[in-house]
Design a protein around this ligand. Structure first.
Ligand SMILES: [Zn+2]
Length: 343
């Protein structure tokens, strides 16, 4: 990631415009599998539900899709998994497109992909679509905006946690602190903390930012793959094996019932620096009938990758950064550690 941000933007633009990347692709065709990891497709700075770092604007997304359709072998992830499992070859420069969470803006993204003849995998937090329980990573952003300052005190099992809210900077830090707190505890503790937060925020109107079930059906009808991202987006190792089994089983059953089709792809929630998968959790994913699972480890998958710990490439706004990752970083990023080695 650091290389991507250190390389001069102008140099990356020149490489793209002058055909440097195209030459790279022709001379050194990639045998790796670039599984791109998107979340929200919306204005990074003007939306109430997603951290700017996980947003790509609709205009940028359209440019990504147009370029990918013209220059890469974009395949549905289930087809890649089938070929890897069967020992069958993949085309050079294979790319798969994935989305985590299930934001309402993903419907337009699916329409854009369809217009360009591409398909993607959308991992849905099945208990949190419109009409379900609020999607907590987004809900806490709304609640924390409404909590009066200068300090919020939350209690976990009798231990008070003081969260300063006096300045805009403290409020930004508070989102990270509360996110970490909710991820770091079993589901009942998470819910108790969320109740305290709701009480502190008072009567807040939560905007609707998750897909509706009929919209998800439309995406499926457009040829998109629908996968599971659990029911309620817990950190699975912190939730425990039994809660994980329930999250994996019930989300799969709900999605299959709504779509009338098998759901075999899974994506581990809450990646990043925290431990979000273990060998025991990967075993639950296998046992509950999924064919493959993707992580948030920023690296390229290969035909030798563990199908239950597939690496993904985190996508950023600018097309230049995306293609820089695909053509330059692919030589540099290390394959991910095995499950359990992930810190
Ligand atoms: Zn997620």
């Amino acid at each position: 990631m650091s290389l991507r941000s250190q390389a001069a933007p102008a140099a990356k633009t020149a490489l793209l415009r002058l055909g440097g990347y195209a030459a790279c692709r022709t001379l050194f065709p990639s045998r790796k599998i670039a599984i791109l990891r998107y979340h929200a497709v919306c204005d990074p700075w003007g939306n109430p539900y997603a951290h700017p770092g996980i947003c790509v604007s609709p205009a940028a997304f359209e440019s990504h899709v147009r370029y990918l359709a013209g220059h890469y072998a974009v395949l549905p992830l289930p087809e890649i998994v089938d070929r890897v499992r069967g020992g069958r070859p993949l085309p050079a420069n294979t790319v798969a497109i994935t989305f985590d969470d299930g934001y309402a803006d993903n419907l337009d993204a699916a329409r854009t992909l369809h217009r360009h003849g591409l398909s993607a995998t959308f991992y849905i937090t099945a208990g949190c679509l419109a009409g379900g329980q609020p999607f907590w990573p987004a809900e806490i952003r709304t609640l924390l905006r409404a909590v009066p300052g200068p300090v919020l005190t939350l209690s976990t099992g009798g231990t008070p946690v003081r969260i300063p809210l006096g300045t805009p900077e403290e409020r930004r830090t508070a989102v990270r602190t509360v996110t970490k707190l909710l991820k770091g505890n079993p589901i009942p503790v998470r819910e108790a903390l969320r109740d305290q937060l709701r009480e502190a925020a008072g009567d807040v109107q939560e905007p609707e930012y998750m897909l509706r079930w009929d919209e998800l059906a439309e995406m499926h009808a457009l040829g998109m793959t629908i996968g599971s991202h659990t029911l309620t987006h817990p950190n699975l190792p912190n939730a425990g094996v039994e809660a994980a089994r329930q999250e994996l089983t019930e989300s799969k059953a709900r999605l299959e019932r709504e779509l009338g089709a098998p759901v075999t792809m899974f994506s581990y929630p809450n990646g990043g620096a925290d431990r979000y998968m273990t060998p025991a959790i990967a075993q639950v994913v296998r046992d509950t009938g999924y064919a493959a699972a993707t992580t948030s480890r920023n690296a390229f998958a290969t035909p030798a990758s563990d199908l239950y710990a597939l690496e993904r490439v985190q996508v950023q706004e600018r097309l230049e950064d995306l293609i820089f990752a695909l053509e330059i970083e692919r030589f540099l990023l290390k394959p991910m550690a095995r499950p359990g080695e992930v810190e």
